[in-house]
Design a protein around this ligand. Structure first.
Ligand code: SAM
Ligand code: SF4
Length: 330
């Protein structure tokens, strides 16, 4: 970083080395907690172009952001996904490019993504039972997704994070299967508490369960909570001497969850979001139209960041303007 520039900090002193960038709000899956009715393509507004993405990432990199996570919707639906990875990876100061995917194209494309510069992959797998997987996502593709993960390991990816949204009676009772699966694999299996969004109220009431149910089972069976590193993500991780893999718990309903939040999000239309559950975004797209706007863009990002509030009010049923997480990238 140039000595004249300050790293991004908000009013609470939180720093932001990491940006989550949504590439599209479209998705081909119909996860019951997210887009149970799928996507209607004609509702889709135009997404940031490759050039706009390059300008955006360059500005954040000047402000000290070193890692970009590509998400969505399903980011790999973009036909220029590989080009986006290459362009971001070439931006000075960007050290890591990560992605969060439903894994749909992994078995065919993961090697090419890694060649383009992908360093970390998070994949959503809510159940290891193919029938339950299909019921949750609307797609009978578990096998291909698992094969895609094996290809990534064979190509040299050192570890994979797998996300499962915890659902009462669906996968909170499948911990033993998940544990068997990660016994000899470098996988961090992360259980995320189901979050209420504008569109999933009834589903939430029926299926939300606290991450504590998993934590209690882990502690009873010899798993140990690991010390969190500074600037770590939102998961609390657990390890066990007999297991190569780890377990992570992401519990947005717990007290103090937001205290160390270092998440900044930009939507696929170029809105900077200060929180998953914010009332509105801050438009940056008008400042992505020419390379000459970089100083103005940087000043705008710094100004907006000072508005980031202490935390969300999810535990009081407050979902901001977020209809589903596909809208801004979970
Ligand atoms: N389509 C990609 C995927 O599913 O991995 C990336 C976008 S998706 C919105 C990102 C993450 O958000 C996924 O791990 C998904 O399971 C999680 N997610 C979506 N809706 C959620 C909700 N209501 N509560 C908790 N997690 C949710
Ligand atoms: Fe699509 Fe991901 Fe939402 Fe599932 S969680 S519907 S894969 S955006």
């Amino acid at each position: 970083m140039n000595s004249l520039q300050k790293p991004l900090r908000d009013g609470q002193g939180r720093s932001f080395p990491y940006l989550r960038l949504s590439l599209t709000d479209l998705c081909n899956f119909r996860c019951s907690y997210c887009l149970p009715d799928g996507c209607e393509e004609h509702h889709h507004e135009s997404t940031l172009s490759l050039t706009e993405i390059k300008r955006l990432v360059s500005a954040f990199s000047v402000l000290g952001v070193e890692k970009i996570r590509l998400t969505g919707g399903e980011p790999t639906l973009r036909s220029d996904f590989r080009d986006i990875v290459e362009v971001i990876k070439a931006v000075p100061g960007i050290r890591r490019v990560a992605m969060t995917t439903n894994g749909y194209k992994m078995d065919r494309r993961v090697e090419s993504w890694m060649d383009a510069g992908i360093d970390n992959i998070n994949i959503s797998v809510d159940s290891l039972d193919p029938r339950a997987f299909e019921l949750i996502t609307g797609h009978n593709r578990l096998q291909e997704i698992l094969e895609g993960m094996d290809k990534a390991f064979a190509k040299g990816l050192p570890e994979i994070k797998v996300n499962a949204v915890l659902m009462k009676g669906v996968n909170d009772v499948q911990l033993p299967e998940f544990l068997d699966w990660i016994k000899h694999k470098p996988i961090t299996m992360r259980f995320i508490e189901l979050m209420q969004t504008g569109d999933n109220g009834a589903f939430f009431d029926k299926y939300h369960v606290a991450g504590k149910t998993i934590r209690d089972q882990l502690l009873e069976n010899g798993w140990v909570r690991m010390t969190r590193l500074k600037d770590a993500g939102p998961a609390h991780e657990y390890c066990h001497p007999d297991y190569e893999g780890r377990i992570g718990l992401i519990t947005p309903y717990s007290k103090d969850f937001c205290k160390d939040c270092n998440r900044l999000r930009v939507t696929s239309q170029g809105q900077l979001q200060l929180c998953l559950f914010a009332e509105s975004g801050h438009d940056l797209r008008h400042l992505l139209q020419s390379d000459d706007q970089q100083d103005e863009l940087i000043a705008e990002i710094q100004k907006v960041l000072r508005l980031k509030v202490d935390g969300h009010f999810l535990d009081q049923g407050y979902t901001g303007n977020t209809a589903s997480l596909a809208q801004i990238g979970g």
